[in-house]
Ligand binder design. Sequence first.
Ligand code: PEP
Ligand code: MN
Length: 367
Amino acid sequence: MTKLKLQITPIQQWLPKAKRPIVISGPCSAESEKQVLSTAVALAKTGKVDALRAGIWKPRTRPNSFEGMGEPALKWLKDAGNATGLPVTTEVANAQHVDLALKYGIDILWIGARTTVNPFSVQEIADALKGVDIPVMVKNPVNPDLQLWIGALERINQAGITKIAAIHRGFSSFEKSPFRNSPKWELPIELKTLCPDLPIICDPSHIAGNRELLSFISQKALDLAMDGIMVEAHIHPQTAMSDADQQITPERLAVILGDLVVRESVSKNSEFKNQLDQLRKIIDELDEEIVQKLSSRMKIAEKIGAYKRDQNVTILQVKRWEEISNRWLALAQALGLNDEFTKKLLQLIHKESIRMQTGVMNSELAG
Ligand code: PEP
Ligand code: MN
């Protein structure tokens, strides 16, 4: 796996007061000067919020819904930032938004999920940001495409923006699920693996789509070593002009944050470290054995392939494969392995085995 080469300024340098978890909060949309200010003041009062968010231009699925208050709301947001001493952030979707946000002194920008899907739009924003020193957070694209997310981060980074972060807000999906946007945790995990220095902020509000799942998602994000959360909060959530179902009061946010358990990636407890080291050694040895055994299995499959070729027998032997599957599944079940996992692993091994055998057949044809 090749690591990503992004130039990253640590987030502690652009949100200097922030401790893990970094908390960004504010309404889905700025609706009025009073709503923005009263929400901001109540959020600041919790003492747990590091930056204020508010949408100024709202990407809506259908026309004639509330599309944000536009330019006047930039001043409300910045004034709320000044009143509370907190940096402010908003979504930009084109070069004009960038120019206006800069004009009003917005401190941090973010690119929304519907914009990340479009490289033309991301490039337009990147071009508008050339020579500007401002932090930019990039939400994941609506569809679960890691390359598209990475591509957007690269475009912004190549424009000279090194104060960057990713925001995980879940992915659109046809599958039935309790979430508005399926979290697909494996994507942010892979992003973190490819680029360990990149801060990742989870947006539980757009993943959940409701108030009830916010705690659960936020805790999971922290347990997966994410750096912070962006949560939508509104002084009167029920009356919100967008995303009313998922917004919470600043007081509720304080309770949720108070209940979060922040686990560190390392522990100072040496007894724990010793035990962890020992268990990791065992895992490493087991992994080595698994790889060796898989390699031996594939070598035998190759031999069988040569034998089938010489005897003019088909590679796929349905009956034999059924026998293997049933035996595996029964054993795996008895040993406490998850059925889904066993089936997926079996399919992978079978596919690779067939690929090896096909290689043997073809080498004969080529010869
Ligand atoms: C938002 O943050 O209000 C928003 C529109 O988010 P997303 O781009 O994740 O849908
Ligand atoms: Mn929203």
